[in-house]
Structures are given as C-alpha cells and as structure tokens.
Write a protein that binds this ligand. Structure first.
Ligand SMILES: *[C@@H]1O[C@H](CO)[C@@H](O)[C@H](O)[C@H]1NC(C)=O
Ligand SMILES: *[C@@H]1O[C@H](CO)[C@@H](O)[C@H](O)[C@H]1NC(C)=O
Ligand SMILES: *[C@@H]1O[C@H](CO)[C@@H](O)[C@H](O)[C@H]1NC(C)=O
Ligand SMILES: *[C@@H]1O[C@H](CO)[C@@H](O)[C@H](O)[C@H]1NC(C)=O
Ligand SMILES: [Zn+2]
Length: 438
C-alpha cells in the first residue's frame, strides 16, 4: 500500500480488484447509523433579549437538545447564535414553542440523516482509491488512521517516528507521530493535536493532511524543508480515541470521552474542560450528563493526563501548542477562562493576524481571530490555556470550517479545500515562531 498516491494508470488497473474489496473495507457503511437521525432538525436561534435567552435555556433543558454551538447551555445568551440539533420526535414541540414566543429562528437542516448521507462519499469511491493510494479526501475510522500511522512509521523512518504516550479509558493506545529530520539532539518543537472532541471529524482529517503534505513537499518546498529541519512536530491525529471510535459506531454527535461515572449512567467527560487551569469554573459543567462536564477532578481522563504528562516533560523544547477543533472558522489564543489579554500579546496577535490572512488568500474564507473568551466564549479548564500557563509561549486553537451550514457534518468534498487553506495558516505560524518574537 502506497500512502502518498500513485500515478493514475496504476489506479485504473486495480479497479476491478477494488470493487471486490468493497465489503471487506467498509462493512455495512457503519457511519449511517441505521438511520437514527431521520427527521432530526438543526435549528439556528438568536435570542434578542435576556428573557428570550432565559426561555431558550429552559426549553433546551426540558427537551434535552444536542447543542452544537455554543457547547453548553450556560453559554446561551442574548444576541449570540445558538445551533441546536433536535430529535425528530421533539422538533414539533420546539417549533411550536418558538412560534408562540416569537423567538427568531432558522432551520439549518430539515433532515439530519439526509445531510449525513449526502456528505459522505459512496463506498465504491472510498475503496477504489483506498487500495491504489491512500485517500486523504475521505474521513477515516480510528482503525484506518492507526494503520496509516503504523505504515508511515515503517516506510518513512527518516522523518517519522511513532510512539504511544499511554492508554485511553477503554485501553486503546494513544499514538503520537514525531515528525522532522533527526539531525541535532536538541530541536525546538511544535505540538499538534486533533480530535479532542469526537464529532469534529475534520480535525483528524487535517492532522493526516498535514503529515501527508510534510512528507510530499519536504524535498520540493523550501518552507517545509526549513520547518522539518529546524523543528520537531509532535502530532496526535486522534486525541480522544474512544470518543472518536464511538462517533463512528454509535453516535455521530458524541463529543466527550467514554469514561464511566460512579453515580450517573451518563458517560464521558469533556476533554477540553478537564485540565488543571481554573478547572470547572465558568463555561464548564459539574453535571456528568452535560456535554461540557469537567470530570470528577482535573486530569481525571487518562487521555488528558497522558498528554499533560508528555507536555510537562517536554515543555522546555515545545514552542507552540496547536489544537484543532470545529466548527466556527476562528483562530483563538488565550485566555479562554477570563476576559484579559496575555503578556506579549502583540507577538501572538500578529502571528494570528498573518495566519488568518494567509488562510484567506486561498479561497477567500474568512476567519475571526482573538482571545478565545471574547471571540468564542468563556470556558475554563481548556488545553490551550493549560499549555500557555505551563510555559508554552504560542498556543492556539483552530475552529475549522464551516460556520454552521453543515456544522459537524462537513462533507468529504470540503476536506481538501479546508485542509489546503489551513495548511498555509499553520506554516505561517510556524515560520513566525522560527523567525522572531520570544
Ligand atoms: C423521543 O425519543 C427519545 C428516544 O427514543 C425518547 O427517549 C423520548 O421520550 C421521545 N420523546 C417524545 C416526546 O416522544
Ligand atoms: C516505529 O518504528 C520503530 C522502528 O523504526 C519501532 O522501534 C517502533 O516501535 C515503531 N513504533 C510503533 C508504535 O510501532
Ligand atoms: C504569512 O502570511 C503573511 C500574510 O498573508 C504573508 O505576508 C507572509 O509572507 C506569510 N509568511 C510565510 C512564511 O508564509
Ligand atoms: C515576554 O517577552 C519577554 C521579552 O521577550 C520574555 O522575556 C518573557 O518571557 C515573555 N513572557 C511570556 C509570558 O511569554
Ligand atoms: Zn472542539
């Protein structure tokens, strides 16, 4: 299996064989979830007054909606957009309520199941390309991603070393790729993680894309060569492995880890609220059934603890921490937990400004940028704030495409443009920190 692509002629020759493999590679097309989202809706609501915001919070609680944006009910407020996924059988109740109260709304998706099925490529397309060359333009299951990592570790040992930093709650290995030319013993490093939140599938797709681009362009692109010669990149394509797996097999909209709770039946902790930095304060929930549950104590999640341990151990070398999320089209930096600017703000701010401009230069996609608290919302216990507090000077969180049209169901067709433009932003940030600023 060649993971970086092969000439077309060879692909064509493989075609009949591939169709044979179709069933083996993707049994049952499992991401269609037995049509469990048929008739579900995604609705965008904008409360205009405090009273409307209060009324919305109450109805969200009653109906147990799946909040897409913001991520917790406590962050619903006057004047801010909220996107909610409402199950089929409750949607009439919500719509009736909205008409009664005159709250402004717009239906983003009439039938979630249909959007889900339209966005994923046909099994024939997936397998046709999987056999002759790795396909970076489809979403990959955890198993596929881990096989891909093992394969690169074998075939590109000059630039890649794969290792595990621990085990997840369900016992899966937490794999990291160390990418860069092994030249000097001491090299500065950049940490990149994707998939802290399970349902944000474009994240892991970007991590894979980044590695592919690095390997493909190392020889031809002077910028990439400089990056890999002067730096190591620690790349964790799937942070929340249990959650990601669960989002493929059971619930496409799962966000948290999969740990059990001793007193509640609800499972999982928000792995981006579980860090020891203003832990479980504003923008995080103490209730195990909430999507922003902070966990029983900081670093309670083995995935968070493993990454925190690794970063603590290597923080002298690590100059930047980059975390990939979706969706909102934003480039965020600290603080998340309070409204304040960080020291040396101008360096980080100018890095963000240039990165966003570089991103926009490709397809004109606009990103907002700024401190997470004032640009997105306040949240405590986040990985970005924690990394910053622990001495990593450049810490960023990307909220990738889009702004709600597809939300978490960003179609596979948009993987390539999204990753292409994001690549420029990441390269720009990396070159910025190689050049100047502390
Ligand atoms: C809607 O379906 C869910 C899951 O099947 C169920 O728990 C809930 O009680 C149903 N709600 C109504 C209003 O029927
Ligand atoms: C990656 O390859 C090296 C040998 O080049 C090997 O020692 C190491 O165990 C491999 N990593 C994993 C996770 O298999
Ligand atoms: C970074 O982006 C800015 C703004 O688009 C551009 O002027 C600059 O050349 C870029 N730098 C690198 C190294 O890509
Ligand atoms: C801010 O910049 C100064 C001067 O370059 C540096 O000494 C200091 O460590 C920086 N502080 C932080 C928090 O990065
Ligand atoms: Zn996220």
């Amino acid at each position: 299996m060649e993971l970086l692509g092969k000439p077309r002629s060879q692909r064509a020759a493989f075609l009949p064989l591939c169709l044979l493999f179709l069933k083996i590679l993707h049994p049952g097309h499992s991401h269609l979830y037995s049509s469990r989202y048929a008739g579900d809706k995604v609705i965008r609501l904008i409360p205009n007054t405090e009273e409307e915001a209060y009324a919305l919070k109450k109805i969200y609680q009653q109906l147990k909606v799946d909040l897409w944006q913001p991520s917790s009910i406590s962050q619903v407020s006057e004047g801010t957009v909220t996107d909610v996924h409402i199950p089929h059988n409750d949607s009439r109740a919500l719509l009736a309520f909205l008409q009664e109260t005159n709250i402004h709304y717009k239906i983003l998706m009439e039938d979630l199941q249909k959007v889900l099925e339209k966005g994923s490529s046909l099994p024939t397309q997936r397998s046709r390309r999987s056999v002759s060359g790795y396909n970076y333009e489809v979403y990959h299951s955890l198993e596929e991603i881990q096989n891909w990592m093992h394969h690169l570790n074998k075939t590109h040992s000059g630039l890649i070393h794969m290792f595990s930093i621990g085990k997840s709650y369900e016992g899966r290995s937490l794999f990291v790729l160390k990418l860069g030319r092994r030249s000097r013993a001491y090299k500065r490093a950049v940490w990149i993680d994707c998939g802290i939140h399970a349902r944000e599938w474009i994240g892991p797709a970007f991590c894979q894309w980044f590695v592919k681009e690095a390997l493909l362009t190392y020889k031809s692109d002077p910028t990439m060569r400089k990056m890999l010669n002067h730096l190591y990149f620690y790349i964790m394509p799937v942070f929340n492995v249990d959650g990601y797996h669960f989002s493929w097999t059971n619930d496409r909209f799962w966000r948290k880890t999969r740990s059990r709770n001793s007193r509640f039946r609800c499972r999982g902790v928000d792995a981006n609220r579980n860090w020891r930095v203003k832990w479980c304060d504003e923008g995080a929930s103490m209730h195990p059934c909430d999507d922003t549950y902070c966990g029983p104590f900081p670093e309670s999640e083995p995935e968070v603890k493993a990454v925190a341990n690794f970063l603590r151990k290597h923080k002298k070398h690590i100059r930047a921490y980059l975390s990939f999320h979706a969706y909102a089209q934003m480039l965020l930096y600290p603080y998340s937990y309070k409204y304040a600017t960080i020291p040396n703000f101008s360096c980080v701010e100018s890095a963000a400004h240039k990165a966003v401009k570089a991103l926009q230069s490709v397809y004109g996609i606009q990103y907002r940028y700024g401190p997470a608290s004032s640009t997105l919302y306040v949240s405590s216990g986040s990985s970005m704030d924690w990394a910053y507090k622990n001495g990593i000077p450049y810490t960023f969180a990307f909220e990738l495409r889009d702004t709600g049209h597809f939300g978490f169901l960003l179609p596979e067709m948009l993987i390539k443009p999204t990753c292409t433009e994001t690549m420029l932003a990441v390269k720009n940030i990396t070159m910025h920190l190689l050049r100047k600023c502390p």
